[in-house]
Design a protein around this ligand. Sequence first.
Ligand code: EPU
Length: 302
Amino acid sequence: MRISDRPIAAKLAELGAELTPGVSMTEKTSLGIGGTTDLLVLRKFATIPEIMRLLSADGIPHYFLGGGSNVLVGDGELSWVALHLPTSKPGMSIDGTTATVDAAADLGGMVTFCAKNNLGGMEGLIGVPGSVGGALRMNAGAYGTQIGPFVREVELYRAATGSIETLRGNDIRFDYRHTSFAPDDLMLRVKLELPSVPFKEILAGIKVCNEKRRSSQPLNQKSAGCIFKNPPGRSAGRMIDELNLKGHHVGDATVSDRHANFFVNAGSASCADMLALIDDVRERVHAAHGIELETEVIIWKN
Ligand code: EPU
């Protein structure tokens, strides 16, 4: 969707939003899949409510794009604009055992920053790609650690009220890869309460997690991490593997040889290829196990 040639473009610029026309989502997503649209970077938190009002008045659909590491975006000219927070020099500060971090910060960067300040607990999250905002929205987790329990406060833009609000951690539900945030909530900043741990100890934990991840996941290939959620008590990766589907592909969308719940873009896969592979694998798992796998990756169709 193009808004760069509409009257709204000038108003958005006045509100400190930066518009880049015709951005390919292949460049903005870890899967390297997706069509083209205008990208709007929201440089000032305070003007976000007004910007959202303008977009809504002009009937402009949008998605909030974080690190782009857990989304599968549709092909071709997209029917929505991508909204993004500026990622250069995100705010990160420590006060005692509380870390305050901008949602646009890189998740791994945040874990390391806290570690250097002797605040730990999040070692398991070290190799999870994406932004802090994305991790909050999904309650990202790995190796027994999830971000949710550390959250003391979240500052966010709530579409339901059209305003910037602060929620207390206790008022947010964090479940397995799911939270009580609305899909159109935009995470802005988080306060985390973390245990004091000496840097060296945190570093040792980080090394263990990095090693585990390197040995079991295709880190050098384009993916969105695990494609499906694990059904209760089961491993989607193991079920897909046991059906001998590693290497199975639709076009360049391929079940990873290394971890069967990672679907990689082995070249120039389209969203249609990836969706066809997802459906195919889901049907095969259903036929074999009677279980309907639910996608973990977020799908933004055209
Ligand atoms: N397994 C296989 N074959 C495979 C993959 C896995 O047999 O191809 C087996 C493993 O040997 C192991 C079991 O399945 O016995 C579970 O595998 P793994 O330890 O890799 O964990 P997972 O359940 O597949 C989850 C998260 C990952 C997270 C890891 C580590 C989900 C959907 N996945 O994977 O998160 O990194 O645990 O904690 O919850 C993600 O969210 O995108 C993601 C990759």
